[in-house]
Design a protein around this ligand. Structure first.
Ligand code: FES
Length: 79
């Protein structure tokens, strides 16, 4: 799958709740960064869902270059 539009060259920290499912925006077109707001419609992209295992902070990819979607893997450092 191609990579989405880079929104930021840094991860996006979000507070998640255990057991809750989130949809990370893989296209980079959302207005609700870093979560999908449906703006991908008509493109080949779709949200990447994940369920939090525990309450806490997660660092989601802002540059859309990560190889570990939806989480930051440091790929932004090479941009
Ligand atoms: S808005 Fe980007 S994947 Fe849905």
């Amino acid at each position: 799958m191609p990579k989405g539009k880079c929104v930021s060259k840094s991860p996006v920290a979000v507070d998640v709740e255990a057991g809750k499912t989130y949809g990370w925006c893989s296209c980079g077109l959302t207005q609700k960064e870093p979560f999908c707001d449906g703006s991908h419609k008509g493109t080949e992209f779709h949200p990447i869902k994940f369920t939090a295992e525990a309450d806490g902070k997660k660092y989601l990819c802002g540059c859309r270059q990560t190889a570990n979607e939806p989480f930051c893997d440091g790929a932004h450092k090479g941009l």
